[in-house]
Design a binder for this molecule. Structure first.
Ligand code: XBP
Ligand code: MG
Length: 261
């Protein structure tokens, strides 16, 4: 089949929580390492970090933490620049952890990416995280040349509004030159789902430990993960007949079914 005939022309992947479980044991320790390096006695434990995840974007998350937990710090002169510096230190710690090979891809991710490429279906990234973090994760898991496999990588501060705003998805669709009706998004969080839906994208959610109990109203399907033939997914929401893993056929069928409604 030619790529132009496919019901799905591109799949747009979120990164954190979707490609890999990066938050608890990747970003969180990197924030803590940055705090320690700058002599701050802040410590984001697993539970607090789960609450802070309501705010997407590392710099935005630090500001929210200051406002709500250490408001005296608001008086710091040049606060925005200082947060940006602190966040750069965090990014360095995070990328170093990736280089040590600390964070594997979630089940089915590498397989689906390979199958999409074989089917000439475009692949893209739409994330709020920093660009270096995306390339670091891709290189450490899929190989040095893997960032080049993606037709578009939309990351970080290139758009004004982070998820749940739809800006990053609008930007990626624009770069792809495709309409949302031709694409599918894969997300792990309510903020991510809201962002993708607001951009008009059919969205599959693969939950992570932090997001399992969130509201996924509007998702085409909610799954434990993308699944593998030897490790089927669990369906949390959606009528998926006999499916056990997400592949090209699964995504195209889902799209055709949606279009025929
Ligand atoms: C990811 C985020 C990011 C990461 C940290 O959300 O919110 O802020 O937690 O990355 P999503 P940075 O999965 O919806 O893209 O510190 O680089 O922002
Ligand atoms: Mg996510």
């Amino acid at each position: 089949m030619k790529a132009e005939d496919s019901a799905v022309r591109a799949v747009l992947f979120d990164v954190d929580g979707t490609l890999a479980d990066t938050e608890r044991d990747g970003h969180r320790p990197a924030f803590n390492a940055a705090f320690a390096e700058l002599g701050l006695d802040w410590e984001w434990d697993v539970e607090l970090y789960g609450e802070l995840l309501a705010i997407t974007g590392g710099k935005e998350r630090i500001r929210h933490f200051i406002e709500n937990h250490v408001p005296a710090e608001l008086a710091r002169s040049g606060l925005d620049d200082w947060i940006a510096r602190l966040h750069k230190v965090k990014t360095r710690h995070y990328v170093e952890a990736l280089e040590r090979g600390g964070i594997p891809l979630r089940p089915g991710v590498a397989r689906l990416i390979r199958q999409l490429r074989e089917a000439n279906i475009k692949i893209a990234i739409a994330t709020t995280t920093t660009p270096e973090n995306v390339t670091g994760l891709l290189k450490s898991t899929l190989g040095e040349d893997s960032p080049g496999w993606f037709d578009v990588i939309g990351a970080g501060d290139i758009v004004p509004g982070k998820k749940p705003e739809p800006d990053i998805y609008h930007w990626v669709l624009d770069q792809l030159g495709l309409a949302p009706e031709q694409c599918i998004a894969i997300e792990d969080s309510e903020n991510g789902l809201r962002s993708a839906l607001a951009a008009g994208l059919d969205t599959v959610v693969t939950v992570s430990d932090y997001t399992r109990l969130q509201d996924f109203t509007g998702a085409r399907a909610v799954l434990s993960d993308l699944g593998e033939p030897a490790q089927p997914f669990t369906v949390l929401k959606g009528n998926l007949k006999d499916r056990a893993w997400v592949d090209v056929e699964f995504l195209c069928e889902m799209k055709i079914e949606q279009q025929s409604r």
